[in-house]
Design a protein around this ligand. Structure first.
Ligand SMILES: Nc1nc2c(c(=O)[nH]1)N[C@H]1C(S)=C(S)[C@@H](COP(=O)(O)O)O[C@H]1N2
Ligand SMILES: [Mo]
Length: 232
């Protein structure tokens, strides 16, 4: 669509606006949900304007009639119920662009904010479930890992609060990044007690999950090591 639109060379961003609008507590006026993308990101082959899902028109819940899909970025970029797309020659300053979905690493200073974009490297332990009671013996620890940049290169588990780590086996995947990969590890435990399982992944750019969450005012981008407690 953007190619057909024959953008002027001065175009810097496209603003994608949804049908939903409402008031805000922090400023007067009615604002549609609108987000911008740099032209290069909008033109990236992975960035889609979706009108079907599994061969069917999008449902209302999924953003009918059109939904933007921006796979490498957090989901705020994937605008539902698209109503209008405008190319602009400046940086869009709408509230859902420049107030919300910004990292505020300092509680006082508003100037040091920066936008939420690419997904952090992350992982999740799917099995065993948190607070499971397990028998002694062998147990499959399984989960998923994903990243918005490159691909997952390593998944590690710790059973001693992060002092030592063992490598999990990354499974074969049928989808390309940024889709998640499955990982697993066979845990043999012959001692009773309470155990905490930590998972942390890294990507090919050397980005890794921290043990503690990175603090920011609005709580975006959480990607601390996942943590599951079990009793044997
Ligand atoms: N039009 C519109 N699109 C939107 C939003 C919205 O409020 N309005 N929320 C965004 C945010 S913050 C997220 S997390 C995802 C949620 O998508 P889902 O409803 O498919 O889970 O939609 C995004 N697209
Ligand atoms: Mo969201």
């Amino acid at each position: 669509m953007l190619r057909l639109a024959d953008l002027k060379p001065s175009a810097q961003e496209v603003i994608v606006e949804g049908w939903d609008a409402g008031s805000r507590e922090d400023m007067p006026g009615i604002f549609p949900y609108a987000r911008s993308l740099p032209i290069t990101k909008a033109m990236h082959p992975d960035t889609l304007l979706a009108y079907e899902y599994n061969g069917q028109p999008l449902t209302w819940r999924h953003g009918f009639p059109f939904r933007l899909i921006v796979p490498h970025w957090y989901a705020m970029a994937s605008v539902k119920w698209v109503r209008r797309i405008v190319a602009v020659d400046a940086l869009f300053q709408g509230p859902f662009q420049s107030v919300d979905y910004q990292y505020y690493p300092d509680n006082e200073n508003e100037q040091v904010k920066y936008p939420v974009t690419i997904l952090n490297v992350n992982s999740s332990i799917l099995q065993p479930l948190d607070r499971s009671v397990l028998r002694k013996g062998k147990h499959a620890i399984q989960g998923i890992a994903w990243t918005g940049l490159g691909q997952i290169s390593r998944v590690e588990l710790s059973l001693d609060e992060g002092n030592t780590w063992v490598a999990a086996t990354i499974g074969r995947t049928s989808f390309e990044p940024p889709s998640w990969v499955h990982w697993s590890y066979e845990w043999e435990i012959n001692q009773s007690g309470e155990f905490t399982i930590l998972s942390r992944s890294s990507d090919i750019y050397g980005r890794a999950q921290p043990l503690e969450a990175y603090w920011n005012r609005k709580g975006y981008g959480y990607h601390a090591a996942d943590r599951v407690k079990v009793v044997v």
